[in-house]
Design a binder for this molecule. Structure first.
Ligand code: DGJ
Length: 725
């Protein structure tokens, strides 16, 4: 049993394989957090002056100082709150008191919002609280995934009264941790340098990681970790947090007056509001927390396994297609002749999917026009989309197509017909970004129009793959469709529209694989991962930048979702070396190519052919293996990154195998020898490197493979060890 209730202690205990989470009902009304992790020591909070206590309650028990499961705004807990709800009298003070609980197997669906799938051992605890004055029921849902050391939480608010209430802040996880001797790790960036790793000590006060952009964003990722100050890749306590949501979010960490730490993960208070009418129910998205007592590396591996098992959709194809994407090769300059040439050539070298990127529809000859006009451009594809796709398929290649449904160019038929279908604040002009505006997905008519248009354009087209892009953030966030009093709900309602559209595509085209993209990795989040098989990691395909982007991404997200393309190496001298580097970097995830194969040198094409053959040998290892990071490119001048993928319980290999990568971005005159330690399972066994043919004893690999740094930029080496029978 993962979840139990101790009636004498009035304590709920949530157990995963390696962690425990406990909270109790105190004074029959409050939910007091007790502990999380391995350390079960309860904190005795002294009474501090200036701490209010609840009337008719113990004067020595204050919500301001004690650990809490869910912190209500305005009721004497001055730390960052989980919920601010404006009630029938216009104030935002609430007292939700404990009413009861239920424990059940599996989990409940969250209507209209992506969530993690229940596994065999999943259990859920639903705890009910009630605010008498506003007649609102709050239910906290804790779902436990014992195998992955993950607990998720979301809540619902049911308005059982006669007046509407307005939610003004909503945090899905509230975790109170004892002390504040922690670091916070977060993933920040910009387009196209996503997910750099930042680790800083917590300070007294409030620290926020957030997006106000209407997308989880390139700039700040929803994932954060709170680590022991001395925690490393392999040692120390780490608490990881993430949010299954693609819009604006808030990760809030506060070190309080008593020196304790509160972590909140949720929708926040700046870009979220929602009115719950009488008789209606609000469902929050789900946030997750994970615990590891063996450092960041173990946390990542568990998170990766969880995402593979409970978040990403089931695979559409047995093997992940090696795509040839047209974007960097042609940009908007595509036509049937070129693309069929790509398909015929690509298949010869082992590629198996042609992805026709932007430019195939409307008057889309540049980024200024055509978005929103989802009908085939017959100048580029004169026989129509269906016939063109069939011709691609005749070459043996699968067929993929690019779309960006949420957007519209002012220079488009759609905009000319429906200028009121865009997000805009009444009386103001909307700002353009990449020459485009955002469609008002709060408006059901817009959603229906999009569905109808795609159904018509894609009718009978043998599509295997959709690349779904999103190339701007939301500004002037108003909906011409919604009344003035709901304008502050647009961020959230827009997101629900995005999910509705995704769901429609998934059901309409069940055998199509979706790759998510937002100018690269601008929606690299768990909700998008629940809706698409892989994500275009970044628009940046330069080897050295990718080394860092992929390393940062790997902290929270698995190679399984990481789409990595090798782009044209010919622009540079030493192109074969450059090609090798780009390829070694791309083997951090799922391989693809982005180059004009009709103009590519023969040596490169031959090399690509053998690259794909090798990739097929290691694909499963990368996809489902366990990742061990050895060197972080953020922590040394040469930006060296080293890591390996090792067979796991999920991989198909019979024998133990390890794919070890060493990537050095910047050369150095001062050569040094570095030992790459590989934790193989048998010290006496022989491991053969399938690349060089060399053999090593297990003990040698455990001690470490020596590599000397190079004076050259972009130097790499790779080993594929297989344990001999
Ligand atoms: C941004 C994407 O990240 C690129 O790969 C490409 O699809 C362009 N958009 C097309 O407009």
């Amino acid at each position: 049993m993962a979840i139990t209730f101790d009636t004498s202690l009035k304590r709920f205990l949530l157990k995963t394989k390696n962690s425990e989470y406990a909270f109790s009902i105190v004074y029959d009304k409050f939910l007091k957090h007790d502990f999380y992790g391995k350390n079960k020591e309860e904190i005795k909070v002294p009474y501090y002056s200036f701490s209010p206590y609840v009337e008719n309650s113990d004067p020595w028990y204050s919500l301001a100082d004690n650990m809490s499961e869910f912190a209500f705004f305005g009721s004497g807990d001055f730390r960052c709150s989980s919920l601010r709800m404006r009630g029938k009298n216009g104030d935002s003070c609430t007292y939700f008191e404990y009413r009861g609980y239920e424990i059940f197997d599996g989990r409940k669906n969250i209507p209209g919002i992506p969530f993690s799938r229940a596994q065999e051992d999943t259990e859920t605890l639903a705890v009910e609280l009630f605010d008498d004055l506003n007649q609102c029921k709050l239910t906290l849902y804790y779902t436990v995934f014992p195998e992955y050391d993950i607990i998720s939480r979301y809540f619902t608010i049911e308005n059982m009264g006669e007046c509407e209430v307005k939610l003004e802040k909503a945090m899905c996880i509230n975790l109170d941790l004892p002390g504040h001797s922690y670091d916070m790790l977060s993933l920040y960036g910009l387009h196209p340098y996503e997910r750099s790793v930042q680790r800083v000590p917590l300070f007294h006060g409030n620290q926020r990681v957030m997006s106000r952009r209407g997308a989880s964003s390139h700039q700040m990722n929803p994932f954060i970790a709170i680590l022991d100050r001395d925690a490393t890749e392999n040692n120390g306590e780490v608490f990881g947090f993430n949010f299954v949501y693609s819009g604006c979010f808030l990760d809030e960490v506060e070190v309080d007056h008593a020196g304790n730490t509160r972590v909140g993960i949720g929708l926040g208070d700046e870009n979220f509001a929602y009115t719950v009418e009488p008789g209606r129910c609000f469902n929050s998205p789900e946030a997750i927390m994970i615990y590891s007592s063996n450092g960041l590396g173990e946390m990542s591996r568990k998170m990766h396994a969880f995402i593979r098992a409970a978040i990403v959709p089931k695979e559409v194809f047995a093997q992940r297609p090696v795509v040839l994407n047209t974007w960097e090769a042609c940009y908007f300059d595509i036509n049937e002749e070129i693309l069929l040439g790509f398909a015929k050539e690509g298949i010869q070298y082992g590629m198996d999917m042609l992805v026709m990127d932007d430019g195939w529809f409307g008057k889309r000859n540049n980024e200024r026009a055509g978005l929103g006009d989802w009908y085939t451009n017959l100048e580029k594809l004169p026989d129509g989309l269906r016939n063109f796709a069939c011709k691609v398929k005749e070459t043996g290649m699968k067929f993929g197509i690019w779309i960006e449904p949420e957007m519209v160019n002012p220079d488009s038929d759609l905009y000319r017909a429906h200028p009121d279908w865009c997000l805009v604040c009444k009386g103001r002009k909307g700002s353009l970004s990449r020459e485009q505006l955002v469609l008002d997905l709060c408006n059901p008519e817009v959603l229906e129009y999009l569905k109808k248009t795609f159904r018509q354009t894609f009718a009978d087209v043998p599509i295997d793959y959709i690349k779904w892009d999103f190339n701007r953030h939301l500004s002037e966030v108003g909906s011409p469709y919604l009344p003035p009093k709901q304008q502050d709900e647009v961020f959230y309602r827009f997101q629900l529209g995005v999910y509705e559209l995704y769901d429609w595509f998934i059901h309409e085209y069940p055998n199509v694989m979706i790759e998510n993209c937002s100018g690269g990795g601008g929606r690299y989040d768990l909700a998008m991962m629940a809706l698409s098989t892989q994500i275009w990691t970044s628009d940046n395909t330069l080897g050295p930048d990718r080394v860092k982007i992929q390393y940062g991404s790997s902290i929270a997200y698995p190679a399984y979702v990481m789409s990595c393309h090798v782009s044209d190496p010919e622009l540079h001298e030493g192109f074969l070396e450059r090609l090798k580097y780009k390829y070694h970097v791309a083997l951090g995830g799922m391989l693809g190519y982005e180059l004009n194969i009709l103009k590519t040198k023969q040596e490169i094409k031959d090399e690509i052919k053998s690259q794909i053959v090798f990739y097929r040998k290691v694909e499963d290892l990368i996809k489902r293996g366990d990742l061990y990071r050895l060197i972080s490119p953020f922590e040394n001048e040469q930006e060296i990154s080293a890591y390996y993928y090792k067979t796991s319980s999920e991989t198909s290999e019979k024998n133990e195998r390890i794919l070890l990568s060493f990537l050095q971005n910047k050369g150095t005159r001062e050569k040094k020898e570095i030992l790459l330690q590989v934790a193989v399972s048998e010290k006496d066994a022989i491991y053969m490197d399938e690349i060089s043919g060399e053999e090593f004893k297990g003990s040698e690999l455990i001690t470490g493979i020596a590599i000397t740094t190079s004076e050259k930029n972009e130097f790499s080496k790779m080993w594929l060890f297989t344990k001999k029978e």
